[in-house]
Structure formats: structure tokens, C-alpha cells
Design a protein around this ligand. Structure first.
Ligand code: BG6
Length: 484
């Protein structure tokens, strides 16, 4: 079977999905609604049960009520949601201990005729990952008569050392083949499409190298601020929150060689080779910023230091621009510039690939050469699609050039795209690890960023609603930021 063929062909075996952090924000806003929608999809059999585990002391009935509310808030019909929760959901307080959890699991499996296939989903703060994995292992829940899978949310560690420790701890009990590390960007259709775009089309692949490409820019911009998450964000900053995972995953997919086959280990092997070819980032290759009070969409928003829970002497960055170089035959000398930030003018996740300008300018005017580099913009979200910018002669006398673009928009052809969590949950249940991050990828990403984590200086200010500190422009090497 090729990767992802499951959608139409693989029957899902009965299983138990155990969600740790079952009352938390992630479970209520994303996991439960995405899981429910997945089950309503064509061909996806509703053969699982869900056991919620959390610190709150709830009964099964109370948990079902909470879960029903979460589904209703996500736009799902209340009666249907209540019926489904009644039939599928149970709850176990974490305080009862792991022995009692194991007991409860066996009881649910016995009653439901389940065969011991289990997913343990850690929708938890990273501080308790370790104890939870240890707890599972200590009562033998890392193995069963069926398959057992462990799902871990980001952040995976906070630097290379902690990520290695966490990998070591998990590997004491679980094999890498059982571990599904989530980076929800990999579940986005447009991110997966980077593989199709590159390896199903010879047109672009043949120019996808240092001979033709001048620079690559990756933007992960958000107009949102930290959304009340100061406790987390103060310790993370944008480099840990976005660059270490989402941005470097996108970069790997843009830069990797073609995999031998479309399956998890071949694809992950090629991605990790890209990361291995990047030197740890020198501090002068990074510009860090922090938003001050400003306006977005005609609304005034507070500066980072004014957000509740942010320390007055905070040095956490809410913006970073970083210039990476990939030291391999395909990319040597081509800058890959990443910028990521909160409180930028709009949400935009985009890869821009600019090609060399023609070596000779035939179309110069008195002032300047009119020719512009061709740029391919791959917009991952929102308004998903591609734009290819090229120069064209304006009709009329002489040679006046204009830059125009060819467009493709997903929405025009495919309608609404499935949510990332639906895709990822489906793959977890089918055991396809292609869209999950392997231990070595996580560690390589931390290695590259090690020198620029926790820099002591305060970041440069930028007003909310701007594109970040102007000094970041120097990292683009004179070409400026590429925007269609
Ligand atoms: C999360 C970050 O991983 O990704 C958030 O922790 C960020 O800070 C979010 O807002 C962005 O995800 P998306 O899918 O909206 O681009």
C-alpha cells in the first residue's frame, strides 16, 4: 500500500482512544470536533471508543456533557452529539492512578469487544509528558495484545538536551514505530501538497536548485497575539513556538530530495538530511522582534509587555527572521530566509521561491533594467494556492515590461479543505507515520537553533500591525521581502 491510500481502502480495526488532557482547550476545541467530523467522513468506520483522562473529578455523565458542549460549540448538532457521546465516551480521573486506568481500559475493552488496539494521546503540557509516559510504562500499558500508539503534541522539549531526554524516556517504553509526534502543519493539505507539487511535476523540479533559484523565503505570519497564553509563550518565544517545528518542517519539504517511495521512512529520511546539512545558526543570522502597541484591522492592540502575565523585564521574542543555508549540492549558497511573527498585519503562511534574473538585460530604460526575477509564491494559508510572477511586454510601442501572475486557487477547484487534525487523527488510527515528526528530525531542528534560543538581549520593537523590525530586511540580501 502506498502512503495515505487508507482514505478509501483500509478498514479501521476497533480501538480505544485514550486522551490525556481530556478537559483541556486542545481537546475541546480541536481533537473532539475533528475526531467527530472524521467519523462522519465516507468510509471511516465508527469502531472506536474514547476514554478521557484528566485531573478533574468527573463522572462519565459529566464528561459526556462537557464533550457534547465542545461539539456543539464546533457547530455540530446537539442531539447527534449527545447521542454519540453517550455511546462512545467514558472518563477516568488521573488521580485514581495508572493501575486503576489499566483496569478501566480492560473493562471498556471487554464490554465493547475491543481487541486491545490503543492510542494514548497526550494533549498535555510538556511538563507532564514524562510522568505520563512513565506511568503508562510502569503498569504495562505500552504494550497490548493489539497495537499501541503514543501521540505527543508539541512542544517537544525546549532545547536539544531536553528533547533528547524526552526521546530517551519515551524510548524506554515505546518504539519509534509506535510514536506519533504531532506538528499540525504537516496535516495541512497545502503542506502535503508540497510533495505533489515538486515530485509529480517535472517542470519545477528541474529548476529547483542553486543553478536557477536565487532565494527562498518562508513566512509564517499571524495577526493574532499570544491569546492569553503568556505563561507558555514567555518560556517559548516565536523561535520555539513556530520556527523549530512548523517553519523548519516546511523548509525541509521545500528543500528535500525526492524520496525513494511515498512512505514514512523514505520521506522522513530525506527531510532529516536537509536539517543535517544546516549549520547551527550564528546570532548575526537572526533578527528578533517584540510587538509594541499598534493597530490591526482598525483596532488598537496592546504591546507584548502590556499583555497579562508578561514580565516587565521579558526578553521573549514575538517575531524572528532567520537566514539559513543548506550546505549540500542542491542548495549551497541559496539563502532560505524564514520569518515568523505575532501581531503582523495579517495571517499568511507562504513559501516564495525567487529565480535568478536573466544574465543580460535587453530591456533596460534610461533609469534601470526593467526585468524582474520570476517568483513562485506557494500560499499555504489562507487563500491557499499558487501565483507565478513573470514579466510580459505591455502591448504598444517599444518594450515596456509589466509583471503579471498566473494563479491557481484551491477554493476554485476543491472547495473547503479538510482540517489538519482530521487528517492526522486518521493517520494515527491507520498507523501511517508519514505526517509525524521522527525523533531525529526534532533533535536536528533543536541543534540548528541552539545558538539563538534564549538570547539575553531584549528584542527590537516593532509596532503591532507592521511586518516586524526593519533591520530584518538585511537578512533578505537586498532582494527585500517577496510578497505577491
Ligand atoms: C501553534 C502555535 O503551534 O500554531 C500557536 O503554538 C500558533 O502560537 C498556531 O498560533 C498557528 O497555527 P495555524 O494552524 O493557525 O497556522
Amino acid at each position: 500500500m502506498t502512503a495515505r491510500a487508507w482514505a478509501d481502502t483500509v478498514p479501521i480495526e476497533p480501538y480505544l482512544l485514550v486522551i490525556f488532557g481530556a478537559t483541556g482547550d486542545l481537546t475541546r476545541r480541536k481533537l473532539l470536533p475533528s475526531y467527530y467530523r472524521l467519523l462522519r467522513r465516507r468510509n471511516f468506520a465508527d469502531v472506536g471508543k474514547v476514554l478521557g483522562v484528566a485531573t478533574r473529578d468527573l463522572t462519565d455523565a459529566e464528561y459526556r456533557k462537557l464533550a457534547t458542549e465542545a461539539l456543539v460549540n464546533a457547530g455540530i448538532d446537539g442531539d447527534e452529539a449527545a447521542r454519540w457521546c453517550e455511546e462512545h465516551l467514558a472518563y477516568q480521573p488521573v488521580a485514581a492512578g495508572f493501575g486503576a486506568l489499566a483496569e478501566r481500559i480492560r473493562e471498556i475493552e471487554g464490554d465493547g469487544g475491543l481487541v486491545g488496539n490503543r492510542v494514548f494521546y497526550l494533549a498535555l503540557p510538556p511538563t507532564v509528558f514524562g510522568d505520563t509516559v512513565e506511568g503508562l510504562g510502569s503498569v504495562g500499558l505500552h504494550r497490548s495484545s493489539g497495537w499501541t500508539r503514543l501521540v505527543v503534541e508539541k512542544p517537544f522539549g525546549r532545547d536539544l538536551e531536553s528533547a533528547k531526554r524526552l526521546n530517551g524516556l519515551i524510548h524506554r517504553w515505546f518504539d519509534e514505530s509506535q510514536i506519533f509526534r504531532i506538528d499540525h502543519y504537516l496535516g495541512k493539505e497545502t503542506v502535503q501538497n508540497l510533495l505533489a507539487f515538486r515530485f509529480a511535476n517535472t517542470l519545477f523540479e528541474s529548476v529547483w536548485n542553486r543553478d536557477r533559484v536565487e532565494a527562498v523565503q518562508i513566512t509564517v505570519a499571524e495577526s493574532l497575539g499570544i491569546e492569553g497564553r503568556a505563561a507558555y509563550f514567555e518560556k517559548a518565544g516565536i523561535i520555539r513556538d513556530i520556527v523549530q517545528n512548523h517553519a523548519l518542517q516546511v523548509l525541509s519539504l521545500v528543500a528535500m530530495e525526492a524520496p525513494v517511495r511515498l512512505e514514512a521512512s523514505s520521506i522522513r529520511d530525506e527531510k532529516v538530511k536537509v536539517l543535517r546539512a544546516i549549520y547551527p545558526l550564528a546570532a548575526d543570522r537572526v533578527v528578533r522582534g517584540r510587538y509594541t502597541r499598534g493597530r490591526i484591522d482598525d483596532v488598537t492592540v496592546s504591546g507584548y509587555l502590556e499583555e497579562e502575565g508578561v514580565a516587565a523585564d521579558s526578553t521573549t521574542e514575538t517575531y524572528a527572521a532567520l537566514r539559513f543555508e543548506i550546505d549540500n549540492w542542491r542548495w549551497k549558497g541559496v539563502p532560505f530566509v524564514v520569518r515568523a511573527g505575532k501581531r503582523l498585519p495579517r495571517k499568511l503562511t507562504q513559501v516564495a521561491v525567487s529565480f535568478h534574473e536573466p544574465p543580460v538585460c535587453l530591456f533596460d530604460t534610461d533609469e534601470a533594467c526593467q526585468v524582474h526575477a520570476n517568483v513562485l509564491y506557494i500560499t499555504l494559508q489562507p487563500d491557499e494556492g499558487f501565483d507565478l510572477a513573470f514579466d510580459v511586454k505591455q502591448p504598444g510601442e517599444g518594450f515596456v515590461l509589466r509583471t503579471r501572475t498566473l494563479h491557481f486557487r484551491y477554493a476554485d477547484v476543491f472547495g473547503e479543505l479538510p482540517g489538519a487534525y482530521e487528517t492526522l487523527l486518521a493517520d494515527i488510527l491507520c498507523g501511517d507515520q508519514t505526517l509525524f515528526v521522527r525523533a531525529d528530525e526534532v533533535e536536528e531542528a533543536w541543534r540548528i537553533l541552539a545558538p539563538v534560543l534564549d538570547l539575553p538581549e531584549a528584542p527590537e520593537d516593532y509596532p503591532a500591525g507592521s511586518w516586524g523590525p526593519p533591520s530584518a530586511d538585511r537578512l533578505t540580501g537586498g532582494s527585500g521581502w517577496l510578497v505577491p
